[in-house]
Unconditional design. Structure first.
Ligand code: ZN
Ligand code: ZN
Ligand code: FE
Length: 743
């Protein structure tokens, strides 16, 4: 005779992670029903709290499946069960949220899910053609949240009252829209200011349309329309930066760029970043889309509005941030109308406010895996762990270019979305808003404020204005090193190869080609790139020929012959500036500026329209080259300096010998990578370090990253590179927080 146990137990389980606003309670409700368990579930300040009661085996299965079968947008970090007294009560209920200090995590905005898309495209569905359809598995989150807990009144959907049909979905635990806070339909939800068909017609007619989206306004036009793209480029004052494109689906994207399986995965993931990939020769895009670029930036639709528009438009669209030059993306309706007048022929808006403006994220694929270039919409506000917990809450103010901020407490850090270059008031205001918003949403009241060592950065000055807190200044390249270590859960020590454009050194010179030995608690400058003059300071960044002059002066010890295309008189002035060693030509070890110099020597360009342009084009030139069979140029490493003079001399010799500039550029990349790896291996060996970190904006150069990584591994060392955050200054704020947590 079988023994049937009627023994019942009761378990209270705390679920932590990103578990609110992602359909977690209905999931728990369904699961309890499947397993025949009684109890309840609720949202509170720390996440989700569950009590379940039933046979022990069923409870066991529940605790496993509650995490294993979690809904798509949920990130379950911990399930902590404890036994409590059984009550014998039957039934399972979803209880009202418990108030308290917010600690639960807000989810990132997610691309339209297949279920919602099917409804929008189904003529029989009540959401047919509705641009704002969403559910618990998709839709806006971060961009509409004004405060936590994540509930409709604390989002920009607060003003929309749900109709009876939407309310019924919202209240039904069995429905995909149960407690979907932005739930809406054509009856009760946000509306577009113009029918999608009319917008598509305007685009087909060659108009430039400012279109309100998820995190801000885009400027859109037909990607294959010569007139529209050229007009957009001219009106936007964006001389050379490529425009991002949106393609209807993978097939359409595949006509624009070459795609590997990994890249297809990136394009179709729920984050929907812009993917920078190799342009196809026959890509159907107008010349003005990406002049001179071997790559194109492509993304896939991520809202129903985009899906509808791309379907109606019948071809890929340019979808570039609605701004002029380097201002932040427009996101407030009145502001957008003002700023876009004269740029857009038509402004298309909707009445769901955007609370936090968020740019599209940008990812580049490499042989080592995806490389984050700009982390924003779709990824933010995802948190990162800190390897060493912060004893006190921290706010970190980041650097100056590609600015982000970061708040942290305990073991958790929240790096903000990309804010922009802190060069104008609008961007500074965005930084202030980001600090305020992140501190509120994640309940961080900082006792420590971290910032760059540079006294003149606007972010440093903002940080200095915070009273009643401890200030921690973090050297720029140390922050780069710390950010990479910390995202990998390491505290160091390691050998960091940090190559970027500019960072303030403790010796008050301009650093940027640094080999640092250290970890979160400190560092030593093990070696650096050969120092040269930065003639005319900021002007040397805009005019790479000046860096060519500086390097040649350094090599020749006197005034070098002028570069073709440069006014001999100005060349002469700059050469004497370098030789006279005045404050107008400070010393720099910048790796970015070395790449600029080589770009100018190779005839890529003498002046740039945006920072890093010459180096990007040099990489493009090198990528197109036939491989050079000569051994890489040597570079001596004496006295703690990595001697770039031989690299530059080799470039000069190669060009003088009549080698193709592309071949010379490729050889420079290979040589720079190999001597960097040799220097890193030597510095690591002297200190018994086994790990090498590659970071800094220069490592957005795919060729240099891949070749340096391979060469470092060839020395038997482990490589770490930034994966979750960009190697550029977008990762600095998190690095500052990781250092400040230890300070
Ligand atoms: Zn959905
Ligand atoms: Zn409705
Ligand atoms: Fe940097």
């Amino acid at each position: 005779m079988a023994v049937r146990s009627d023994h019942r137990e009761r378990v209270r389980a705390r679920v932590e992670g990103t578990v609110q606003g992602v359909g977690f309670r209905p999931h728990v409700h369904r699961l309890a029903g499947d397993l025949g368990l009684a109890g309840w579930v609720l949202n509170d300040s720390r996440g989700v709290l569950v009590e379940v009661e039933g046979p022990p085996e069923a409870l066991e299965r529940f605790l496993h499946r509650v995490a294993a079968d979690a809904p798509p947008l949920a990130v379950v970090e911990r399930v902590t069960p404890e036994l409590v007294e059984a009550t014998g009560r039957a039934g399972f209920t979803i209880r009202a949220s418990a108030p308290g200090a917010p600690e639960a995590l807000v989810a990132a905005d997610a691309a339209t899910c297949p279920d919602c898309l099917a409804e929008v495209l189904d003529p029989a569905d009540r959401r047919h053609g509705y641009p704002f359809a969403n559910c618990t598995n998709c839709g806006p989150r971060f961009t509409i949240v004004t405060a936590v807990p994540y509930d409709r009144p604390l989002t920009t959907m607060a003003a929309f009252e749900m109709c009876a049909a939407c309310r019924a979905e919202y209240d039904d635990p069995g429905d995909r829209r149960f407690h979907a806070q932005p739930n809406a339909c054509p009856e009760c939800g946000p509306r577009l200011s113009l029918p999608v068909a009319d917008v598509a017609r305007a685009l087909d007619d060659g108009l430039v349309v400012a279109l309100k989206g998820l995190g801000g306004y885009h400027l859109a036009c037909r990607a294959d329309h010569e007139g529209a793209t050229a007009a957009l480029r001219e009106r936007k004052h964006r001389e050379d930066k490529p425009f991002a494109l949106m393609a209807a689906d993978l097939d359409a994207a595949g006509e624009l760029v070459e795609l590997t399986a990994a890249e297809r995965g990136l394009l179709t993931g729920r984050e929907r970043p812009i993917l920078i990939a190799r342009r196809r020769r026959d890509a159907p895009v107008a010349a003005a889309v990406a002049p001179g670029s071997p790559d194109l930036g492509v993304m896939m639709p991520y809202t129903p509005l985009h899906h509808l528009l791309l379907t109606a438009a019948g071809g890929p669209l340019v979808m570039t941030s609605a701004n002029v030059s380097d201002e932040p993306i427009a996101y407030r309706d009145g502001d957008a109308a003002e700023r876009m007048t004269g740029i857009a022929d038509l402004i298309v808006s909707h009445d769901r406010p955007i609370h936090i403006r968020t740019d599209d994220s940008v990812v580049r694929s490499t042989a080592l895996g995806p490389l984050m270039v700009r982390r924003a919409r779709g990824y933010v506000p995802g948190s990162l762990e800190l390897p060493v917990p912060a004893r006190e809450p921290i706010t970190a103010y980041g650097a100056e270019l590609k600015s982000t901020v970061c708040v942290a407490k305990g073991t958790r850090a929240w790096p903000s979305h990309h804010i922009g270059d802190l060069e104008n008031w609008e961007t500074l205001r965005s930084l202030r808003e980001a600090v305020e918003h992140f501190e509120r949403v994640f309940a961080v009241e900082p006792r420590v404020v971290a910032h760059d060592l540079h006294p003149e950065y606007l972010s440093t000055k903002e940080a200095a204005d915070r009273d009643g807190v401890r200030h921690v200044a973090v050297q720029h390249h140390h922050a780069h090193l710390a950010a990479c270590l910390a995202e990998h859960g390491r505290a160091g020590p390691a050998l960091g190869v940090i190559y970027d454009g500019t960072g303030y050194g403790p010796d008050e010179t301009v650093w940027g080609g640094e080999l640092l030995a250290g970890g979160l608690t400190g560092f030593e400058r093990a070696a650096h790139l050969w120092p040269v003059r930065l003639p005319g300071r900021e002007r040397a960044i805009r005019e790479p020929w000046r860096m060519a002059c500086a390097w040649l002066t350094e090599i020749e010890g006197g005034e070098p012959a002028p570069l073709p295309g440069v006014d001999p008189e100005r060349w002469s002035q700059v050469a004497s500036l370098c030789l006279s060693a005045t404050a107008a030509a400070p010393v720099t070890t910048s790796a970015g500026r070395l790449c600029d110099a080589v770009a100018a020597l190779c005839g890529v360009r003498t002046e740039v329209n945006y920072e890093g342009q010459a180096a990007i084009e040099l990489e493009a030139l090198a990528t197109a080259a036939v491989p050079d069979r000569r051994a890489p140029a040597p570079a001596r490493q004496g006295d703690g300096a990595l001697d770039g003079r031989e690299l530059v001399a080799d470039v000069v010799e190669g060009l003088a010998a009549g080698h193709d500039p592309a071949t010379v550029a490729a050889r420079f990349h290979a040589s720079f990578a190999s001597c960097t790896a040799a220097a890193a291996a030597r510095a690591a060996g002297e200190r018994s370090l086994e790990t090498v970190v590659l970071s800094g904006g220069v490592f957005q150069n795919r060729l240099l990253l891949e070749q340096t990584a391979a060469a470092v591994r060839g020395h038997g060392l482990e490589i770490l590179r930034p994966e979750l955050l960009p190697p550029n200054d977008g990762g600095i704020a998190y690095g500052q927080a990781a250092v400040a947590a230890n300070a």
